[in-house]
Design a protein around this ligand. Structure first.
Ligand code: SF4
Ligand code: SF4
Length: 330
C-alpha cells in the first residue's frame, strides 16, 4: 500500500471516530489517542505541516473520565435544547435534518457498494470522514486505479465534505472546549490542506530541529526524550553505549525538549541537512560496575552527577544493586 494514502486514510478514520459518540480511547491523554498517532503518521509520510501542528495540540490534552468527555460531546452536539453545533451536512446546507443532501450522500455510498450501518444518518460528519478514509484506503490498495479513487474523493470533497466540514472544524476550534477545539482545528486544517495538491514524497521540513552544539554539555539524562510528544527523540542503549537519537521526520518543532533541558545543552536550530533518518545527537560509553562488572549508566551521566556534587565519590563506580553491599563493607 502507498504510505501516503495509508497515512491519509488513517487520519480520516481517526477523525471520524473522534467525531462519533466518544470512543473509550478519548478518555486517555491526547498523546495516547489513535488520532494523535494518525496525525504524526500524516506529518511523517505526507510532510503535512497541519498534521504536525495538530499532533502537537492533541499531545497537550490531559486524560479525563469518559463520562466527562461524553458530557462535553452532549453539550456541543446534542443539547438539551438546540445543540451548539450540528454534525449533519443537511443542517448546514438545507437548514434541516434529513434533507435532500442526506439522501444524495446515501446514494454515493451505495454507488460505491457501501451500506450505512448503525444509528447515524448518512450525512453525519463521522460517516463522511469515514467514507473519505475508505476512499484513501482503496487508492492505497489498488495502485493501478489510484487515479479513479482520487477523482471520486475529490468529487466528494467538492460536493459534500469540503463544503461544510472545514466550517464545522473552525466552529469547534472556536468553541473553547479544551478537548474538541484541537480536534476541530485539525479537522479544518487537514481538509483545507487535503484540497490542495500535495507534494508527494516530500519529508517534513521543520524550520528548526533539536541540536546539541556542544555534546559534552549533554548529561544524557534522557529527560528531553521522556517529554517529546512524538518520540522524535529517543534514548538508545546497548551494553557498550548510550545514545540520544533524533528522528527528524517525527519532530513537530514544539520545543518541549529545549525547555526541559536543565543543562541548556539542547537547542532548536535550523537543520544543517535535510536528512530524515535517525541522527545521533550525543553518544557516550557506558560505565562498568566496579563490583559486578555489568554496564551501568553512561559515563556522561556519571560525570554530570560528580560535577553537581563537586567530587567523584566511590559509590558512583557501582551499580544500584552493588551500592548497598559497598556501603555495608565500609
Ligand atoms: S539534551 Fe538535555 S535533557 Fe536531553 S539528554 Fe541531554 S542533558 Fe538531558
Ligand atoms: S524533538 Fe523536541 S521539538 Fe521535536 S517534537 Fe520532540 S520535544 Fe518537540
Amino acid at each position: 500500500m502507498g504510505s501516503d494514502a495509508v497515512a491519509g486514510a488513517e487520519l480520516y478514520a481517526a477523525l471520524a471516530e473522534a467525531l462519533g459518540q466518544p470512543p473509550p480511547w478519548l478518555a486517555e491523554a491526547g498523546r495516547n489517542w489513535p488520532l494523535f498517532e494518525a496525525a504524526v503518521g500524516a506529518a511523517q509520510h505526507l510532510g503535512s505541516e497541519t498534521a504536525r501542528r495538530g499532533a502537537e495540540a492533541l499531545a497537550a490534552i490531559p486524560p479525563e473520565p469518559l463520562k466527562t468527555r461524553r458530557r462535553r460531546y452532549r453539550q456541543l452536539f446534542a443539547g438539551p435544547g438546540r445543540p451548539r453545533l450540528w454534525l449533519y451536512e443537511s443542517m448546514y446546507v438545507d437548514g434541516r435534518l434529513l434533507g435532500p443532501v442526506a439522501f444524495a450522500v446515501q446514494r454515493i455510498y451505495e454507488a460505491a457498494g457501501l451500506e450505512v450501518e448503525g444509528a447515524e444518518l448518512p450525512d453525519h460528519a463521522s460517516l463522511e470522514l469515514a467514507f473519505l478514509g475508505w476512499l484513501a484506503e482503496q487508492e492505497a490498495a489498488h495502485p493501478t486505479q489510484a487515479g479513479d479513487w482520487q477523482q471520486l474523493a475529490r468529487r466528494f470533497m467538492q460536493r459534500h465534505a469540503g463544503r461544510w466540514l472545514p466550517d464545522l472544524g473552525r466552529a469547534l476550534a472556536a468553541s473553547g472546549d479544551s478537548v474538541y477545539a484541537p480536534i476541530g482545528q485539525l479537522l479544518a486544517d487537514w481538509l483545507t490542506e487535503a484540497e490542495r495538491p500535495r507534494q508527494r514524497g516530500k519529508m517534513p521540513s521543520c524550520p528548526t530541529l533539536p541540536a546539541i552544539p556542544q555534546t559534552e554539555v549533554c548529561a544524557l539524562c534522557g529527560f528531553c526524550a521522556q517529554v517529546c510528544p512524538t518520540q522524535a527523540l529517543i534514548v538508545r542503549e546497548t551494553d557498550a553505549e548510550t545514545g540520544l537519537v533524533l528522528i527528524p521526520s517525527a519532530c513537530v518543532g514544539c520545543g518541549k525538549c529545549e525547555r526541559v533541558c536543565d543543562f541548556s545543552a539542547l537547542r532548536l536550530e535550523e537543520p544543517s541537512s535535510d536528512a530524515a533518518g535517525p541522527v545521533a545527537l550525543r553518544v557516550s560509553h557506558r560505565a562498568m560496575c566496579a563490583g559486578c562488572g555489568q554496564p551501568t549508566v553512561s559515563r556522561a551521566e556519571l560525570k554530570a552527577i560528580a560535577a553537581s556534587i563537586g567530587e567523584w565519590p566511590r559509590w558512583l563506580d557501582y551499580c544500584l544493586e552493588c551500592r548497598p553491599i559497598l556501603m555495608e563493607s565500609v
